[in-house]
Ligand binder design. Structure first.
Ligand code: GBH
Length: 455
């Protein structure tokens, strides 16, 4: 027995799924190997000024070649589950049409390695690397892309479905449509007007629904599938019953075009009213498809989506502006709000009676500078995880059905428009040598998993 076995522990439920998460484009590299087609990120990263450090992900973590080493890192951490994404352009280099068997073979190798190490594979079908050929035909502005996603999903569940524990449809529709088609800071770099943007959002949620249906129609019985959305979480400024009610109301509205329509099968009145003439065009049949029953809901949780309070006249909610001195992590967008990991799953249960919840991403950027001995003492990341996980436990103790947690990320990787400057990993990656070094946070997470408890 270790001496600290006597410390009081607050345990997580038996069988709680501890995991780590990554995505294909951010770690794999090997972008021109084994017949992979180009994705919108390959194109976008080459446009001048789009990636802060001028890099791309041609090599990234070279996980395509080093996957066995990376599975060994997970084994050493003791994680029981791994959430990775499948690169659509490896499977269908042209987005649709003739599949590339070598693409699927890579994921077969990866999955076999995971299973040999007792790690359950959880796969995201789309984590932002749209085949360029589909973008050339309109990308998410085209309704055909939703159907192409369903066809791709059918192919994947037929090829890999027997060995995968859970599938996630699209990672963060909210983020990739807004940033890629609205703000132009992610691929494909467009700045569409509101009407077209709402239509692209609609096509993406439609893809989610069609994907769920295609997976059920083509996969084994008992296949499990759901979204991995970045919920915009409204937090009550002070936790009074009135403000909590206001925060629930706000959360429903702030996610109107994403989780709300997926789980309710309707766009809220306020969303349609505010969009006015820019509202998406849709049919009742679309809404039925979009809200096809899911087996669970995955949410990515980082900073506070918003702080709200009830208006004094009771007419809805007021959203507060974050003070300039509000604390944030290394990334300015990542405000420190541990209670987000309490409120987000709790609201899924309260608003939509969700019965199975996964935290599909949570984690933080940090400075991560190796000291003279090569140690990376990321005390800030450890603080972040400790505080957030304490709040997750608070939700679980109140009966919120959270079944697993995927820490973003297993290792430092290509952080989209930030390039390699921003690090989110439990393992430090030296991009010159591809050497992986566990950070202090890796020891923290390993101990936590081993004890299934915060001490
Ligand atoms: C997740 O998005 C992604 O799923 C994952 O791939 C990514 O690596 C991880 O977060 C860490 O960022 O630069 O001020 O315009 C989280 C939601 C949306 C947060 C885009 C960062 C950019 C803010 N992200 N946002 S800004």
């Amino acid at each position: 027995k270790e001496p600290d076995d006597s410390l009081p522990k607050t345990r997580f439920p038996e069988g709680f799924r501890w995991g780590t998460a990554t995505s294909a484009y951010q770690i794999e590299g090997a972008t021109a190997v084994d017949g992979r087609g180009p994705s919108i990120w390959d194109t976008f990263a080459r446009l001048p000024g789009k990636i802060r450090d001028g890099t791309n992900a041609d090599i990234a973590d070279d996980h395509f070649h080093l996957y066995k080493e990376d599975v060994a890192l997970m084994k050493a951490l003791g994680v029981k589950t791994y959430r990775f994404s499948i690169a659509w352009p490896r499977i269908f280099p042209e987005g649709r049409g003739t599949p590339n068997p070598k693409g699927l073979a890579f994921y077969q190798r990866l999955i076999d390695e995971l299973l040999a190490n007792d790690i359950e594979p959880y796969a995201t079908l789309y984590h932002w690397d749209l085949p360029q050929a589909l973008q050339d035909r309109g990308g998410w502005q085209s309704r055909d892309t939703a159907q192409a996603f369903a066809d791709y999903t059918a192919h994947i569940v037929r090829g890999l479905g027997d060995k995968i524990g859970r599938f996630f449809t699209l990672n963060e529709i909210h983020a990739f449509v807004d940033l890629g088609y609205g703000k132009g800071i992610h691929a494909p770099g467009l700045t569409l007007a509101a009407a077209q943007l709402n239509q692209a959002r609609h096509h993406a949620v439609l893809a989610h629904g069609l994907g769920v249906q295609a997976a059920r129609a083509n996969g084994r019985s008992g296949l499990k599938i759901g979204p991995a959305e970045n919920i915009t979480i409204a937090l009550p400024d002070v936790e009074t019953p009135q403000n909590i009610r206001a925060a629930e109301h706000a959360t429903r509205e702030l996610n109107a075009a994403y989780l709300t329509v997926m789980l309710e099968g309707r766009y809220t009145d306020a969303y349609l009213k505010e969009a006015g003439a820019d509202a998406p065009r849709f049919t009742d049949a679309d809404l039925k498809t979009i809200s096809t029953r899911v087996d669970f809901v995955g949410i990515n949780v980082y900073g506070p989506g918003a702080f709200v309070r009830e208006r004094s006249d009771g007419s809805g909610y007021a959203q507060m502006k974050l003070p300039a001195s509000y604390p944030h992590m290394k990334s300015p967008w990542l405000g420190f709000a541990p209670q987000a990991l309490y409120w987000a799953p709790r609201m899924l249960q309260k608003l939509w009676a969700v019965k199975e919840i996964y935290i599909t991403e949570n984690g933080t950027s940090a400075a991560d500078e190796p000291d003279e001995d090569g140690r990376i003492d990321d005390l800030d990341r450890v603080m972040f995880l400790r505080q957030y996980l304490d709040q997750l436990q608070r939700a679980i103790n109140e009966g919120v059905p959270v079944r697993g947690y995927f820490l973003w990320s297993l290792l430092d990787n290509f952080e989209w428009a930030d390039g390699y400057e921003t690090r989110f990993g439990l393992h430090y990656v030296d991009y010159k040598t591809q050497k992986r070094t566990p950070k202090l946070s890796a020891s923290f997470y390993k101990k936590l998993i081993e004890r299934n408890a915060l001490v």
